[in-house]
Ligand binder design. Structure first.
Ligand code: UDP
Length: 337
């Protein structure tokens, strides 16, 4: 039983592929390399360069590799981009998944794990937010993922597929072994920006909003280490293989840290006192987003290993330092050539 990972050359997908390969699973990847890197896919794992919405490609891969499980990461993930280009998000997220599901149904794939997001909740009425909370996304990104959740539910019901939807909170950190991490140029995520500041690649970090009604005035997020997140996927796969019923689960630790606390954690682990500037609120930001984790903890056999902000920050920093060393070496090589 081979696992197909779409988006397996990207940030989270590549961690997934490494974890599956480490566990001795047979795994293949489809990735169009729009934001991923072929070097992130471990040697020995077949990489098909193409679109997860290319039904011919997907059907061919499913047949050739006898795929029975799909873990679907491929998609677009930047909230502000989705505001500028909603149709691009509905294409890359909703329509791509429609095509992927069509190929999966035609080929008799029985299990499907889908990367969703806490953005489906919009501004939650209640925090920690449980899965049954109302879903009122405030960005095309959140809407495109929610539409996909609905579609997956309907398809699974009609065609006897079982699925787990995982709603990610704030994913951060990097592979503790340093093999893969977040390498996207121009990333906007808080911890990435903070480690770029800590490594001298940015002069400062802006804190978007210090006047929220929170203890220190900045927003609060539930950060989950990317390795714990992929272990949740492995647990979801084991759950489905054991005959578990389809489910939608929050993926976080259930604990919130403020933006200022997060920056402080990076200052602490890096021992670099980079500049922090208070800036106006960022439009569209949700004040507090923390997962109610009761359901995932009761349904899956999942025990987080890195539930500690400083550990997440340390792994993100180690990865950033590695990237920087590699880029500097490449630059030197180019200059001496
Ligand atoms: N943030 C910030 N400065 C930055 C990047 C992010 O203050 O340079 C804040 C952002 O306003 C939000 C939180 O950090 O309150 C998390 O933002 P991120 O983009 O990492 O993830 P989101 O929760 O928006 O998906």
């Amino acid at each position: 039983m081979t696992v197909l990972v779409t988006g397996g050359a990207g940030y989270i997908g590549s961690h997934m592929v490494h974890a599956l390969a480490d566990a001795g699973e047979r795994v293949v990847v489809i990735d169009n390399l729009s934001t991923g890197f072929s070097s992130f896919v471990p040697s020995g794992v077949p990489l098909f360069i193409g679109d997860a919405g290319d039904e011919n490609l997907v059907e061919g891969v499913i047949t050739q590799h006898r795929i029975d499980n799909i873990i679907h990461f491929a998609g677009s993930v930047v909230v502000p981009d989705s505001m500028r280009d909603p149709l691009g998000y509905y294409r890359n997220n909703t329509m791509t998944t429609r095509s992927l599901l069509n190929a999966a149904v035609k080929s008799g794939v029985s299990r499907f794990i889908f990367s969703s997001t806490a953005a489906v909740y919009g501004n939650p009425d209640q925090v920690p937010v449980p899965e049954h909370a109302r879903t009122r996304p405030v960005s095309p990104y959140g809407s495109s993922k929610l539409m996909t959740e609905i579609m997956l539910h309907d398809v699974a019901t009609a065609h006897g597929m079982s699925y787990v939807v995982l709603r990610y909170f704030n994913v951060a950190g990097a592979d503790p072994q340093g093999r893969v991490g977040l390498a996207t140029i121009g990333a906007t995520h808080l911890l990435k920006i903070a480690v770029e500041a800590a490594t001298g690649q940015r002069a400062k970090i802006d804190v978007f909003g210090t006047d929220y009604p929170t203890p220190d005035g900045s927003c609060i997020r539930d950060f989950i280490h990317v390795s714990d997140l992929v272990e949740a996927h492995r647990a979801a796969l084991a759950y489905l293989r054991a005959g578990g019923a389809s489910a939608t689960l929050n993926c976080g630790y259930g604990r919130g840290y403020s933006v200022l606390e997060t920056i402080e954690a990076v200052r602490h682990v890096s021992m670099r006192n980079f500049a922090v500037q208070y800036a106006p609120r960022r439009p569209g930001d949700i004040m507090t987003m923390v997962a109610d984790t009761a359901r995932i903890r009761s349904l899956l056999d999942w025990t987080p290993r890195y539930d500690d902000l400083q550990t997440i920050a340390a792994h993100a920093l180690a990865w950033e330092e590695k990237l920087l060393r590699e880029r500097t070496a490449e630059l030197r090589q180019a200059q001496s050539a």
